[in-house]
Design a binder for this molecule. Structure first.
Ligand code: FAD
Length: 557
């Protein structure tokens, strides 16, 4: 069976047809990671997600798989070692999604790092994190920095260090993990909300769930329930009457996207802000995205919004470091806001709160996992499933099965050639050769390849099918991509497609108007929507489309 929107109801019915080992609540990166870890150890696992997969924090991050540089500040050497090694594993298992990117770290007068600290810090980081030789730190003097990045503010510049972060797509990573979990037998569905708990002898034995696409209710029974709902973790603990002790502290972080020619950086820059924080400006496609902020948050968790003051903060930060840019609010073409599910500590400011993950187990057996980072999802999943596995061994007498995810390539990353990036680029070029008779450009092909990896073959095949009939290059490729994402990634509506499968809203918002009709027609045709249903879906998406620049709209009122 395919991981298809057309199979969604069948998948849900299968979830309820027999007792499961584990129900995972939450289809962000944490839940997806747990589903893969558990299924690949032979456990029967189902995952329920009340919105779309990755629609919480896992589509709203800075999109970097970190090597742990920031932990050096607190002398957390063990953590730097662990995070650095983990990054190498994630790159190996998702070679088309997690890719190295050289960062420039300017050293400025009055900044948080001087030359000595930068040199020593980056050297320790290279050593502890096991950084590959060609990705090790380099120190640049003032002239060298200005050559590397002429837009930097000269009067405060002392020099710079370079180091590597790994760029990623948070949503593509989540979908890649989830699809792999499905291949291993995990069942997952979006728009399926976990309601109340089902108990037996005071222990959690399942959940009542509601299909939000048609309001059907179901009971799923399972031996264990894992709460991986990120910012919603305490809400689920409250339903379980187990919200005691440590609690979440949500902070909001926003990102903005501007056209590349408004800040034509030669590489990503991680730079100081006057208040002691640091901000990234990262080129991606024909845009630069800038982030992030870190402010306490208490509003609606489903829909955190970018506010004008958040945007002003980032624009001021950029204009201070790159004065010739003179960015204004009108330059911003898209934005997204996300919530960090951090663990509360009295008296700490948002930026001082630890990013570490923690697991809480309630008296009734609910396992809740909170905190953490996208970069650490695999290790977090292993920890959560180890807890289940130990109990499973105790109650069934079966042997303990260790996690094997360190050696599982994600869906679309089953490459047969060696790890060197050269081969990946050659492979992508080869795919362009196969597709070029449809008129697709190398740039468009590259984008699709880094989204879908080895699954690109199915999309090429489908694009030819459409192209041979219509001879319309753009429409054929969009339809082929929509077809693939509905039939193989459980895409159910325009928002799923434009935001969480392709990130077009974040990076190509200006192109969406020209595509919306084609996408909705293809969806209506595959899912049998009436004209009324199609218009309703389109309107729903237009609201999300507008929310990406809502601060501009409120500004102009
Ligand atoms: P989420 O992605 O929020 O997933 C939880 C899911 O649970 C949601 O999809 C929600 O709909 C679902 N859910 C809630 N209630 C229910 C219910 N009742 N039934 C069913 N489903 C439910 N980390 C990095 O490693 N690198 C970065 O560059 C980075 N940058 C960041 C920048 C910002 C601004 C923020 C906010 C975070 C950043 N992080 C980064 C952290 C990282 O994004 C998060 O740690 C991670 O995405 C959390 O994933 P999650 O699965 O735990 O939560």
């Amino acid at each position: 069976m395919d991981f298809s929107a057309l199979n969604r109801t069948t998948i849900i019915k299968e979830m309820v047809s027999a007792e499961q080992d584990i129900i995972v609540i939450g289809g962000g990166i944490t839940g997806a990671g747990i589903a893969l870890d558990a299924a690949s150890r032979g456990l029967k696992v189902v995952l329920v997600e009340k919105q779309d997969f990755a629609s919480g924090t896992s589509s709203r991050s800075t999109k970097l798989v970190h090597g742990g540089l920031r932990y050096l500040k607190n002398y957390e050497f063990g953590l730097v070692r662990q995070v650095g090694r983990e990054r190498a594993i994630l790159h190996r298992n998702a070679r088309h999604i997690v890719l190295p990117e050289k960062m420039l770290l300017p050293i400025i007068k009055g900044g948080s790092l001087n030359r000595f600290l930068t040199r020593t810090g980056l050297a320790i980081y290279d050593l502890l994190a096991g950084v590959k030789k060609r990705e090790r730190k380099r120190m640049l003097n003032r002239q060298e920095v200005l050559k590397a990045e002429p837009l930097l503010r000269e009067d405060i510049l002392i020099g710079a260090g370079t180091y590597y972060e790994y760029k990623a797509s948070d949503t593509r990573l989540t979908i890649g993990v989830l699809k792999k979990a499905f291949e291993y037998g995990a069942l997952a569905a979006n728009y399926l909300s976990a309601g109340s708990f089902v108990y037996e002898d005071g222990k959690v034995r399942g959940m009542k769930v509601t299909d939000l696409l048609n309001s059907d209710d179901y009971d799923i029974t399972a031996k264990y329930v894992i709460n991986a709902t990120g910012p919603w973790v305490d809400e689920i603990r409250r339903k379980n009457d187990s919200l005691q002790g440590k609690r979440l502290h949500l902070t909001k972080g926003i990102h903005i996207t501007i056209p590349f020619d408004r800040l034509p950086l030669k590489q990503p820059v991680y730079f100081d802000v006057n208040d002691g924080r640091m901000v990234f400006a990262i080129p991606r496609y024909d845009k630069i995205y800038i982030g992030t902020t870190d402010t306490d948050y208490e509003g609606n968790k489903e829909d955190p919004l970018t506010e004008e003051c958040d945007v002003e903060y980032l624009l001021d930060a950029v204009n201070n470091m790159f004065p010739s840019a003179r960015l204004v609010i009108e330059d911003v073409v898209a934005s997204w806001a996300g919530l960090r599910p951090l663990i509360h500590r009295d008296g700490k400011s948002p930026s001082e709160l630890s990013r570490k993950d923690e697991i809480f187990i309630s008296d009734s057996g609910l396992i809740s996992i909170a905190g953490g980072k996208l970069s650490g999802y695999r290790v977090m999943a292993e920890k959560a499933v180890d807890i289940v596995m130990k109990d499973h061994v105790r109650t069934t007498g079966k042997p303990f099965v260790k996690s094997i995810t360190r050696d599982i390539p994600l869906s679309g990353a089953d490459f047969v050639f060696p790890e060197d990036l050269r081969y990946l680029v050659e492979y992508a070029d080869h795919k362009f050769d196969e597709a070029k008779q449809t008129g697709i450009t190398p740039e468009e092909m590259k984008k699709l390849f880094y989204r879908y990896g080895t699954h690109i073959d199915r999309i090429i095949e489908k694009a030819y099918e459409y192209y041979n009939i219509s001879k319309n290059t753009e429409a054929s490729w969009i339809r082929a991509e929509v077809w693939y994402s509905m039939n193989h990634e459980m895409t159910t509506c325009p928002g799923d497609f434009f935001i969480r499968r392709t990130e077009m809203l974040q990076f190509f918002r200006e192109r969406i108007n020209g595509m919306l009709d084609i996408v909705c027609d293809e969806m209506a045709c595959l899912l049998g929507w009436t004209e009324e249903e199609k218009n309703r879906r389109m309107k729903d998406f237009v609201r999300e489309y507008e929310a990406a620049v809502s601060f501009k709209i409120s500004n102009s009122k």
